[in-house]
Design a protein around this ligand. Structure first.
Ligand SMILES: Nc1ncnc2c1ncn2[C@@H]1O[C@H](COP(=O)(O)OP(=O)(O)OP(=O)(O)O)[C@@H](O)[C@H]1O
Ligand SMILES: [Mg+2]
Length: 354
């Protein structure tokens, strides 16, 4: 069998097809359902045709139903190679269900998932070799030490055993190398879990709430590691509740709510779509009516509020300088100034409001 990713000649979306060497098939596009003629190479003995794919992860039309709960409802997204994609959603939104389906740990009721162009249902073993996976509930052998555990997983992943101690130390568990994992705190287990994910230096990482249970230093460790992996060209798919962390490291985010992917884009673009405006906070020696009137006259100002010596202005991003000039011209004396771009938290709350 040959698996390859092709571009639909009608809607231009990518989808993965499977066939036998030499076969010519008419296959409907996953997205628009129009038929595309696909020819498979007739080179015999080939298991997977090597085709350049620009997406590390592709999820098309994923549906997962638990009894009468539609945990994931027709989700589609693509993660480019080298991209950090943040996956956000409230509790019970369907993040873990999506992630488990991506790794073929549970089977969706519909949809297709590819990792580096490999269909996880067909070439699961090959596909999963490319991924470092951090599950939501990290588990180890309690009666083995941290090092013994990682050595075990290193062998399974055909990773170098030398990496184990280095990773344990990197994640701040140097003093616990020889301690049994059963005696570890929750955060220590999580740190060891992240270390295990990195074994073998895979090109793709799927991390389900990596900062769960970690202290502030642990959170910074993860953030820096994600940045480092990205610099090395890795692709990272990360679900998280800590929105500021996601905002700090992600190229794009997807927001899932009640099983539906309600938005996906950069934080800046999502803010734009929601018409979220930056906020300008100015502290003046004294706030006069003349100063407030001068600010209100500028076009691109949406709201002006004064509290004591503070003025809070909601405005277009490019008019901060005009606000400052207007205040000074109206006799105001600025003591302090702060600009706040729309936060991921605002975007998240808007997209997931009840
Ligand atoms: N094994 C299961 N059997 C039945 N229902 C399930 C099962 N696993 C998940 N669900 C349901 O599917 C929905 C999505 O759950 P999921 O664990 O994917 O959410 P999540 O976004 O990861 O939430 P959290 O942020 O709390 O981890 C929830 O309604 C949950 O109750
Ligand atoms: Mg979850």
């Amino acid at each position: 069998m040959i698996t390859k990713t092709v571009e639909c000649r009608y809607c231009k979306s990518d989808f993965t097809v499977t066939g036998n060497p030499g076969e010519k098939l008419s296959i409907p596009c996953f997205n628009c359902n129009k038929k595309n003629v696909v020819t498979f190479s007739d080179k015999g003995g080939e298991f997977v045709e090597s085709v350049p794919v620009s997406y590390a992860l592709e999820v098309s039309g994923l549906v997962k139903i638990y009894k009468n709960v539609k945990a994931v409802d027709n989700i589609s997204f693509k993660v480019r190679k080298g991209e950090v994609f943040g996956f956000l959603g409230p509790n019970g939104a369907g993040k873990t269900t999506t992630i488990k389906s991506m790794l073929d740990l549970i089977h969706g009721d519909a949809g297709q998932i590819t990792i580096n162009g490999l269909d996880v249902r067909i070439n699961g073993k090959e596909a999963k070799k490319l991924v470092g996976y951090l599950p939501e509930k990290v588990a180890f052998y309690d009666n083995l030490t941290a090092l013994q555990n990682l050595l075990f997983y290193a062998e399974m992943k055909h990773a170098s055993k030398d990496e184990c101690k280095v990773l344990i130390e990197e994640f701040g568990l140097g003093d616990a190398v020889k301690k049994k994992v059963g005696t570890f705190s929750k955060g220590m287990v999580q740190r060891l879990g992240v270390a295990r994910t990195l074994l073998g230096n895979p090109p793709i990482y799927i991390l389900d709430e990596p900062t769960e249970g970690l202290d502030a230093r642990g959170v910074v460790l993860i953030r820096n590691k994600i940045k480092e992996l990205k610099q090395q060209g890795a692709t990272i798919f990360v679900s998280s509740h800590i929105l500021s962390e996601i905002q700090a490291v992600c190229d794009r985010v997807g927001i899932i709510s009640k099983g539906v992917l309600v938005a996906q884009d950069t934080v800046a673009e999502l803010s734009k779509k929601l018409n979220l405006k930056p906020k300008l906070t100015l502290e003046l020696e004294k706030v006069s009516d003349a100063v407030v009137d001068a600010i209100k006259k500028i076009s691109g100002i949406y709201d002006v509020k004064t509290i004591g010596c503070m003025i809070h202005v909601v405005c277009d991003s490019n008019i901060s300088a005009k606000v400052i000039v207007a205040i000074v011209n109206a006799g105001g004396n600025i003591v302090n100034l702060q600009t706040q771009t729309p936060s991921l938290e605002e975007v998240f709350l808007k997209y997931t409001e009840e």
